[in-house]
Design a protein around this ligand. Structure first.
Ligand code: ZN
Length: 500
């Protein structure tokens, strides 16, 4: 019997990728002077409190304007050589024009906004969250890991290339949104609409997402560079049950709370069906290939072991999320007096939709599972469909892979499903090639820092992220890239490693 246990149970860490940073040895081909400046500049921009919020009053508009001015000042060659568009007042779109207008441009996406610092956690920080302290090999503060370091790494890479007189063949856009943490509709959404208006089609979009994970699999010594080649969709459904109210001493047999409770318990009892998407199959195949032996055998004979593999993936909540649409009630409201029957009871069910399904198939499943006309089901907020799947048998993926392995030595590049949602969802109409990969190194120990107390980035990881973007721009847009990068034939969905 082939034992897949080790492989399968090691997956959860892949999805703890909400990011941490690990010190590594420094290999940095720029002078100490440049290096210091880059670090100091990132520390500076941490000080702008660019907190985004759906509540207009809490949105820190002035901070965004101040950050814009800082960037203009800190990157004089970009200011001089690139076109700068302010989109919807607070987002930025830079255009670095290439010499060959026949080539579709590449877009590098990052976001300038950060999540707030919870009042309750303020005292818990070792360094003030917006002070931008550089200490003990780290840059400290809100936004160092998500996502200001990417804004700054991209800017540094471009400024350095301009300084060397580097000429592009393919145009590059730098797109910096201002509201990714609250959906990105006003930032990346508007940038995408602006580009579409201009008739722009993109070769590829490179956005945040998964990252480089260390110590994931005991049997694989290399860190895994996980590239999100697909993302789950999401939708919120509001369940509403209305009753007649009245005194609690003479209740009817069914009150809104009972009916709603029953509906929720039916959802719990009837989960969505498990299945392997092409992306997860590819992930498992790449890992199995590397582990060799019995793992490889199982993946080569996938159809024989399908049931077993699915069953094992279903056992852990992180891997279970990769093989099915997940739903969970997140908001529940009913009643405010102990002796009064509520007239209305509501629940919001948050649904994360697996690729291959839609809002309609989700709704159908939920209606069927609840099977009660007294429960009204409606869509609450915006529906984000699951992303298309980005092919990996292409030159553009190869260019990314090369940029990763050239800057993070000894890593294994693995395509994977990204269970979250980023600004990249706004660009699906402009390209088939979306890659969700953040050039940082994460491990079990530090995986909790993002959106959290003591967010901080190791200086040497930051330096690598700069050289990573240098490589990525050269590989995809430079003179020698010679990329007829993606042919139409390449765009068929691929599970390249499996070969079927
Ligand atoms: Zn982010």
């Amino acid at each position: 019997m082939v034992n897949l246990k080790k492989l399968v149970f090691s997956f959860p860490l892949l999805y703890l990728l909400s990011v941490a940073v690990v010190a590594q040895s420094t290999i940095f081909p720029v002078s100490l002077k440049t290096r210091k400046t880059a670090v100091n500049k990132l520390a500076d921009v941490i000080q702008f409190q660019t907190v985004s919020s759906l509540n207009q009053e809490q949105f820190r508009y002035k901070e965004f304007k101040a950050l814009h001015a800082y960037l203009q000042d800190a990157f004089p060659l970009i200011e001089e050589n690139l076109t700068r568009n302010v989109v919807n007042q607070y987002s930025l779109l830079y255009t670095w024009k290439g010499s060959n207008s026949d080539l579709k441009p590449v877009l590098l996406s990052a976001h300038m906004d950060v999540v707030p610092v919870e009042a309750a956690s303020e005292g818990g920080w070792q360094e003030e969250p917006f002070a931008g302290v550089v200490k003990e090999g780290f840059i400290w503060g809100r936004g160092t890991m998500d996502d200001k370091y990417r804004v700054m790494a991209i800017m540094e890479a471009v400024e350095n290339l301009l300084e060397k007189g580097y000429q592009l063949e393919r145009t590059v856009y730098l797109a910096f949104g201002h509201d990714e943490e609250v959906g990105g509709y006003e930032g990346a959404g508007k940038i995408s609409a602006y580009l579409a208006e201009q008739g722009v089609e993109l070769e590829a979009v490179f956005d945040e997402g998964l990252a480089i994970a260390e110590d994931v699999l005991p049997s694989i010594s290399e860190p895994l560079a996980l590239v999100g080649t697909a993302a789950k969709g999401n939708i919120n459904l509001k369940l509403t049950v209305e009753g007649t109210g009245g005194h609690s001493s003479v209740p009817p047999k069914d009150s809104p709370i009972y009916i709603l409770g029953n509906a929720i318990s039916n959802l719990h009892a009837k989960p969505f069906k498990a299945r392997m998407t092409p992306t997860t199959k590819e992930t498992v195949a790449v890992l199995a290939n590397n582990l060799g032996g019995k793992y490889q055998f199982a993946m080569r004979h996938y159809y024989l072991f399908k049931g077993k593999i699915l069953k094992m993936l279903a056992k852990d909540r992180a891997t279970d999320a990769l093989i099915r649409t997940k739903m969970v009630p997140t908001i529940l409201e009913a009643g405010d007096k102990y002796n009064v029957l509520p007239r209305i009871a509501t629940a919001v069910i948050n649904v994360r939709i697996l690729n291959g399904e839609t809002d309609e198939t989700v709704l159908r499943h939920i209606q069927k599972a609840i099977d009660d006309d007294r429960v009204k089901i409606e869509v609450h907020g915006v529906y984000t469909p699951p992303s298309p799947v980005t092919a990996t048998n292409t030159q553009v993926f190869e260019s990314l892979r090369k940029a990763i392995v050239d800057n993070f030595e000894n890593v294994l590049v693995v395509p994977a499903l990204f269970p979250g949602s980023t600004d990249s969802k706004h660009y699906t109409n402009l390209t088939d090639n979306i890659f969700r990969f953040a050039p940082q190194v994460v491990n079990r120990k530090n995986a909790q820092l993002i959106h959290n107390v003591d967010e901080r980035l190791a200086i040497d990881v930051y330096e690598r992220s700069i050289t990573f973007y240098d490589s990525l721009i050269r590989n995809t847009c430079g003179k020698n890239a010679e990329m007829n990068m993606v042919s139409d034939d390449d765009l068929n969905e691929s599970v390249g490693v499996l070969g079927n």
